[in-house]
Ligand binder design. Structure first.
Ligand code: SAH
Length: 309
């Protein structure tokens, strides 16, 4: 997963307004104020020849063009009263992003109790908090993407002590670890990207959860639980297209009455997933939306045909 760095050069008086606009659309804010220090024994001063730059980052995914357009529109309005340059967009590879972004990577609170704590930050845990320590490294799953947050909230609500959980497309392992913290007895995280598998394994170690969690390279069709050991919950933060195409394999490892939490779905593609789920014996019982992204919760219904597979 690559990122887009959105940078805007603005006059001093416009910096707060630009930061406000970028904060509303991106992940965090960085303001580069150019300083000069003409002599080593003098305090640094604002460099009058260069203007400040305000930056934010957005995931380079299907939603990026619409977000970029919304930012451009808001900046255009601001440009009517202040001097603001058009935005400069730079693609940042995930491996560079991980380092570029580290200083700005905050502790993120999601839902009622879940807290994502970057591996290099300190956090004093409150009694009821579910802590996920994370070094996302090269894998997707930083806790800042809306789809991840929708899933984390669903995990808090759906989880019951002792649940067996399958996380398809575990990425950094974020949902797998959150599920274990929320009380799952066993969690299996699978991903077809070996880089993600390594990152997830590292993060499981970091959280000392190796007894509860297993991470395996593969996909949903590789998962065949023994009779009586079916999963209570399947997590699938993939894309609409992948969710739709692997719907039967998301349903198969679930017990009847078990649920799939599916996200990564842009709102205008939700029907694709809902229809594929219906055919696979998964009935959508809940929907939530954040920005352009949708999360579906679907329950596995009792169909003889599926049982015979
Ligand atoms: N679960 C994390 C990461 C989601 S990104 C989170 O919620 O933030 C999606 C992940 O799914 C990526 O790591 C990608 O490698 C993986 N993936 C995509 N298609 C897959 C498939 N068919 N089977 C297994 N993993 C898949």
């Amino acid at each position: 997963m690559d990122w887009l760095e959105i940078a805007v050069l603005a006059e001093d008086e416009a910096v707060d307004s630009v930061a406000e606009i970028l904060r509303g659309h991106g992940h965090g804010i960085a303001i580069d104020q150019p300083f000069v220090q003409p002599r080593i024994d003098e305090a640094p001063q604002r460099d009058p020849t260069r203007r400040p730059v305000v930056k934010t980052y957005i995931p380079d995914d299907e939603a990026a063009p619409a977000i970029r357009q919304a930012i451009e529109q808001a900046l255009w309005h601001l440009g009517q009263i202040r001097s603001v340059e058009p935005l400069a967009v730079r693609r940042i590879k995930e491996e560079d992003w991980a380092n570029a972004w580290k200083p700005f990577f905050p502790v993120v609170h999601v839902g009622q109790r879940t807290v994502i704590v970057p591996a290099w930050r300190r956090h004093r845990r409150r009694e009821d908090e579910l802590i996920v320590r994370l070094d996302p490294g090269l894998a997707f799953g930083t806790g800042m993407h809306p789809t991840t947050q929708l899933c984390l909230r669903a995990i808090e609500r759906q989880m019951q002590p002792g649940y067996r959980v399958l996380d398809v497309g575990t990425g950094s392992g974020i949902l797998t670890i959150a599920a274990a913290r929320a009380g799952a007895a066993k969690v299996l995280g699978v991903d077809n990207d070996p880089i993600a598998v390594n990152a997830a394994k590292e993060n499981v170690r970091l959280n000392r959860l190796s007894r509860v969690i297993r991470i395996v390279e593969g996909s949903a069709d590789d998962v065949r639980p023994k009779p009586g050991q079916e999963y209570d919950l399947v997590l699938a933060n993939l894309t609409a297209r992948v969710n739709a195409s692997i719907a039967p394999w998301l349903a198969r490892p679930l017990r009847v009455g078990g649920k799939v939490v599916a996200s990564g779905i842009l709102w205008d593609t939700a029907d694709l997933v809902i229809n594929a789920f219906a055919e696979a014996g998964l009935r959508v019982v809940e929907q939530a939306q954040e920005g352009d992204w949708v999360m579906l919760i679907a329950e596995r219904i009792d169909t003889g045909a599926l049982g015979a597979e």
